[in-house]
Design a protein around this ligand. Sequence first.
Ligand SMILES: [Zn+2]
Length: 279
Amino acid sequence: MPELPEVEWAARQLRRWLVGRRLEAVRGDAAARRIFRPGGPAGFARALTGARVEAVDRHGKQLLLTLRAAKGPAGVNAHLGMTGRWVRREAGEATPRHARLTLRLDDGAQVHYLDPRMFGRLRLVPGARFDRWPDLAALGPDPMEAPIDLIRLGARMRATRRAVKVALLDQALLAGVGNIHASEACWRARLDPRRRGDSLSAAEVARLARAIRASLRFGLAGLAALGDAPLVMVEEGGENTFHVYERAGARCRHAGCRGTVERLVQAQRSTYCCRGCQR
Ligand SMILES: [Zn+2]
């Protein structure tokens, strides 16, 4: 499932492909209404045909496109859900399977949003007023946009009895950290993911913040190396580049630790950790 690094990678691609381009034609898949809720694919196409893309931004796992349409600014809030991805095809190339939205650009290329399972979302944001968009207002700071505010993170952790790893999945805490990077960050910080948030010392909060940033940067570096090659997520059989995620039974990679990676279940999600070094 895409987390912050995958969405940042998508934002960089979309910026390259779309900014400054005019959308000659916009076609939504009529069978994919749930992606375009509220409103349908036809309304989406009507609002955006002829518009020019001015900016592609990201906050957490939310992609934010700002366009200039005939009637004024138009915004799109896109979320990849579980299986969403954006791809570019040159003029004349066939439309890929599971294309839910197709943008034909004024350079002849087509940019498609693919989503086999249709848990993603594409929503129009009136006037591109993202500052008034409730879904964004509910999100915490983005841990890649700026250094993590240790005072805020510490206060939030002190206020929760939830396990650290479960707390990290709350998008109001930090936007964009998902199941993979929550496990990876606890391992990097050598913190037991079952520790209660209110048990962390200030030093542990600082270690966790550094670990979150390191884990996300590591994920992004791996994606940047892919270029425009298709991304295959580890859940889909892609290469596992993570240190503990889906590595149950493997030797812990921390120098000097002789522990083994274990899988636990917390809040119905898998957690991977090493009891040898995570305290
Ligand atoms: Zn270990």
